[in-house]
Design a protein around this ligand. Sequence first.
Ligand code: NAI
Length: 431
Amino acid sequence: MLYDIAIIGGGPAGYTAAELAGRRGLSVVLFEKNALGGVCLNEGCIPTKTLLYSAKTYQSAKDAAKYGISCNEVAFDFAKMMARKNKVVRKLVAGIRSKMTAANVEVVIGEATCDTTAAMPQISCNGNDYQAKKLMLCIGSETAVPPIAGLDATDYWTSREALQANELPESLTIIGGGVIGIEFAAFFNTLGCRVTVVEMLDEILGGMDKELSALLRTELSKRGIVFHLSTKVTAVKDRQITIEKDGETQLIESSRILLSVGRRPIVKGLKVNEFMQTENPNVYACGDITGYSMLAHTAVREAEIAVGHILGASEKMSYRAIPAVVYTSPEIAGVGKTEETLQKEGIAYIVKQLPMSYSGRFVAENELANGVCKILESTDGKILGVHLLGNPASELVVIAAMAIEKEWSSEDLKSIVFPHPTVGEIIKETL
Ligand code: NAI
């Protein structure tokens, strides 16, 4: 059979494209070698957020006295947390499967191979051949493994193994203080594991606003996480990690090692245009494989653009307002330019900044905590970037993303009525 679209990879890019195209009446076949939902749903965004929510609930119970509530003998059950995480994943995978059925998408579970140079893409899977007018490659990324001496011979975790842990390690050393490293650091630290983070750069969470990242790091340090910045891991042997800073080496002992130094696209060097088309106009690529942002929400938008283009639309992919969120507690989120990128690009800007305690709702719900709302504005009043530290930054950042994507000025955003009392009012107040 000749399909309108064949999609390889059933993660956020692949399943979004399949559902959209199927609902628009195109014949779609979707190939997935593992489980529908991809890394995001099975071993990334969803399981980590489920576990982080358990950790946050545990912490809230421990902190309850601050709010006039006594909770005696607060305890957690690691196995139950993991079991709940598995249940959440199963439920959401089943949800995607029913969406595919509702959109008339044929799902083939198996590893597909294809010829991306053919004008009429050919795909093989499970010994069967398929033909499609258009092919979409949504095959994602994999954990990057740096050339650290002894790593090959060491039983280390990546995020995948960490999410399958059946017991809490006594201590954990995390190589790489990026998004994965910091989310896992927060989770394991909350449950009482001794966590050390080794980061090569001079601050954690590169790419986020540096001032806010430093504030988050200070908060996490107070909770007992040890950070080694501007430090490289040079060797690993069993449970010993050799780190090097300014030419001096030090040995860290740890019951577990988590490697989180980035992810890289499965296929290197794939180039796409603003419609997500590769050099072969009948082959599109969306999601982590393009290497642009490695985020599920970017993948979803890229899939919308690609399917739209196949259906005749001419909307282009925009990376102007991709929100970035780290789901620690407090959360940190940002969208648009950071001060660091504006300085690098030589763009003049104004900083408007307020502590989160200017929001009544924030004070009501966050005893003794603080946070920051930082807005970067162009000299003619356009919003260039918004950066937030404090809960629920992950939900508030979308207000800023809308303003930046639509190129609103501060005055435009200020004219919107925000409900009171909400933490989101802090954005209006800061402007
Ligand atoms: P990352 O790129 O965010 O961070 C990797 C960190 O490792 C960097 O800070 C880098 O300087 C450091 N590093 C590299 N080599 C090192 C070495 N040899 N020694 C010490 N430090 C070293 O990558 P990460 O955290 O692995 O995440 C991968 C991708 O997954 C990210 O691109 C992110 O977009 C995505 N992700 C997103 C999440 C979210 O949106 N909340 C959560 C988790 C992952």
